[in-house]
Design a protein around this ligand. Structure first.
Ligand SMILES: NC(=O)c1ccc[n+]([C@@H]2O[C@H](COP(=O)([O-])OP(=O)(O)OC[C@H]3O[C@@H](n4cnc5c(N)ncnc54)[C@H](OP(=O)(O)O)[C@@H]3O)[C@@H](O)[C@H]2O)c1
Length: 295
């Protein structure tokens, strides 16, 4: 099936070719990514619209809700189209007060894989990211070998197709690659948070996907005068420019913008067709030094 999303190209994630414009499902849970959404029909509609438009890479996990988002994905999309790659993550759990807690013992990792399989209705998870908690939204050094070894075992058993890492440093990626192939890295990166510049380039050379979380700024979407001005000059929206900038930043960047709204989904997917001229890229490069709000 061809799609307007093809304009942004594809990348091989593990051993599956996916469109670079994907979708992140975190916004489909209730407020604070906890409990059911206000409008479950709308949540299912967003997923079906995304797939109908050609999205074949969806990011999720069982601690969104918890379980709620995976269940909505299953209700909306199963039986899954052959070309759809669902990527999940493990390493955290939710407290009864909606807190985000680490859960990375051997037993917790194994049971998280089984929970994802059950709630998504799958026999094998195509890609599983080990999400390191450490600092909440920024990587911090520390050993990760024991956790990666558990994922490698689950991969040998055929429960996982490929291993990814999330919220990690370059040194942790190198350490993990000595144990098993790494298909992707999912860290915070956007126009206002560019700490991973060198890591993105290193991964591009190795054919590893880089999947920025909070591509639009996360819980507080990006706000910048320069971004708004560039967007107006291109007849685009600021969010479209933020996504197009990521697509142009490196060929191994795969996008998973999140939204609970069909209108925002359509707006975001249209960014696959937006090409930013050199002059716009230069203006956007200055954003890191301006006052920018990002969650
Ligand atoms: N590995 C990790 O630790 C980690 C952490 C966070 C997220 N993630 C993944 O990354 C994905 C993306 O991150 P995210 O969803 O948190 O943040 P995001 O994609 O940066 O932004 C989502 C926010 O932007 C709003 N939004 C989306 N499109 C918009 C548009 N066109 N105009 C105005 N507002 C718009 C959404 O609200 P509406 O719902 O109203 O559109 C939502 O508040 C998640 O869905 C999740 O799969 C991973």
């Amino acid at each position: 099936m061809t799609s307007a999303l093809d304009r942004a190209g594809t990348f091989t994630l593990g051993d599956r070719k996916v469109r670079r414009m994907g979708y992140g499902a975190m916004q489909l849970a209730g407020p604070g990514v906890f409990g059911p959404p206000k409008d479950p029909d709308q949540a299912r509609r967003v997923l079906r619209e995304a797939v109908a438009a050609g999205v074949n890479h969806i990011d999720t996990c069982d601690y969104y809700g918890p379980h709620v988002v995976n269940q909505i994905i299953r209700e909306a999309l199963a039986p899954y189209p052959d070309e759809l790659v669902l990527v999940t993550k493990i390493g955290a759990r939710r407290g009864a007060d909606a807190s985000w807690l680490p859960a990375f013992s051997r037993e917790e990792l194994i049971s998280a894989v089984h929970d994802n399989l059950k709630h998504l209705g799958l026999e094998r998870l195509e890609v599983v990211n080990y999400r390191r908690m450490g600092k909440v939204h920024a990587p911090s050094e520390g050993p990760i070998e024991a956790e990666v070894e558990v994922l490698a075992e689950l991969r040998e058993q055929g429960l996982i197709g490929h291993i990814g890492l999330s919220n990690v440093t370059a040194a942790q990626v190198r350490a993990a690659r000595k144990i098993a192939p790494i298909a992707c890295v999912q860290n915070q990166y956007n126009l206002a948070h560019r700490e991973d510049e060198a890591l993105i380039d290193e991964l591009a050379e190795q054919g590893i996907a880089y999947v920025p979380f909070f591509p639009l700024g996360g819980f507080t979407p990006l706000q910048s005068e320069t971004l708004s001005r560039v967007a107006a000059s291109l007849n685009a929206t600021p969010m479209q420019v933020a996504l197009a900038w990521l697509l142009q930043r490196a060929p191994n960047i795969l996008l998973i913008p999140g939204t609970s709204s069909v209108a925002h989904l359509k707006e975001n997917l249209a960014a696959a067709e937006l090409v930013l001229p050199a002059e716009a890229l230069e203006r956007l490069a200055r954003i890191g030094t301006e006052a920018v709000t990002a969650g």
